[in-house]
Design a protein around this ligand. Structure first.
Ligand SMILES: Nc1ncnc2c1ncn2[C@@H]1O[C@H](COP(=O)(O)OP(=O)(O)OP(=O)(O)O)[C@@H](O)[C@H]1O
Length: 312
């Protein structure tokens, strides 16, 4: 568990982060969103002490980070940033191996981990492991940056716009992969993004910042339905609200008994995609199947419309 208590950072007369308190439960993803310059990166960097707080403190599993040696703290925390920060004179494999090597893993274990991560991020280990960062595209560098941050399976990951340079298809895949890895390892993640879709897709909780202050920190549905201020509502995008609300649930949660015609939708499909499919194919309902293709029932347009509205 991460406890951020009254964190403040000033630069001269300017307050970049203003008395922010926030608790992040172990094994959850908290996504920080906010306008440019609202203090998101500064808040995150105070967790691994790339920026020292002016006031306040951060506790990791009850331990005050100010009492730890900085290198010790950073070794424990994975850190992935938009411009990836790869070491230019080390190969991709060496970059990913950085923290495991510091931790004294044996060579075979490191090699296996590098191969596993490159494969996970769809980079052929034989081809990419030996290359240098300048021999990769921006999106490939970014994936290597995330792989490096994950290499030693840190319990806590800080991610600052980690998927910013990825195209929408790879981005969605990288987000799904991150979520899978996070569930599998129980990693706690604090992630900064400008992309509200990403925040809703990944966040167990979304923290909204403005002018250095934390305006609201709550699960996505709560933020969508009850934004704490008009600014939070604006940031979350009022025009997209019904669709974003639908995107939080899957067909499995809305399945009802009965038949329907046409192509089936997967139980794991999110309700926004199901809604789009029904509108596009001009159907009042679609059959729902599980991963093995067994029929589970149907989902209806009527039920989706009811679900997309603000709860009474
Ligand atoms: N070293 C510094 N000296 C002075 N001001 C700084 C320093 N670092 C950050 N700031 C200021 O603090 C504010 C918050 O910066 P921060 O990088 O945390 O914002 P952000 O929300 O992450 O922005 P963005 O979304 O644009 O990356 C900005 O106004 C920035 O100019």
């Amino acid at each position: 568990m991460i406890e951020i208590e009254h964190l403040t950072r000033t630069y001269g007369p300017f307050t970049a982060v203003d008395d922010v308190s926030l608790t992040i439960e172990a094994g959850t993803i908290t996504v920080i969103v906010g306008t440019s310059g609202s203090g998101k990166s500064t808040l995150m960097r105070m967790v691994n002490r790339l920026v020292e707080p002016t006031a306040g403190r951060v506790l990791i599993d009850g331990e005050d980070t100010a009492t730890l040696a900085v290198h010790e703290l950073r070794r424990r925390i994975g850190y992935a940033i938009q411009n990836h920060g790869l070491f230019p004179h080390r190969t991709v494999a060496q970059n990913i191996a950085t923290v495991p090597a510091l931790l004294g893993w044996d060579r075979a274990r490191i090699a296996a981990r590098v191969e596993e991560l490159l494969t996970l991020f769809q980079l052929d280990p034989a081809q990419f492991g030996r290359r240098y960062p300048h021999e990769l595209s921006g999106g490939q560098q970014q994936r290597v940056g995330v792989a490096r941050a994950l290499a030693a399976e840190p319990k806590l990951m800080l991610m600052d716009e980690p998927f910013g340079a990825l195209d929408p298809v790879i981005r969605a895949k990288a987000q799904d992969d991150l979520k899978d890895i996070q569930r599998k390892l129980g990693t706690t993640i604090l992630l900064v993004t400008h992309d509200m879709e990403e925040a809703i897709r990944l966040g167990d909780r979304i923290a909204v910042m403005d002018g250095g202050r934390l305006l609201q920190c709550a699960p996505p549905a709560e933020i969508l339905i009850h934004p704490a201020t008009a600014f939070v509502g604006e940031l979350i995008g009022t025009g997209d609200r019904p669709f974003r609300l639908l995107s939080l649930a899957t067909a499995a949660e809305m399945v009802e008994p009965g038949a329907a015609e046409g192509t089936a939708v997967a139980a794991s499909a999110d309700l926004r995609d199901v809604f789009a499919e029904l509108l596009w194919s001009r159907r009042p309902a679609a059959p729902v199947v599980d991963a093995a293709g067994n029929g589970l029932g149907r989902v209806t347009l009527e039920a989706l419309i009811a679900r997309a509205g603000r709860p009474a």
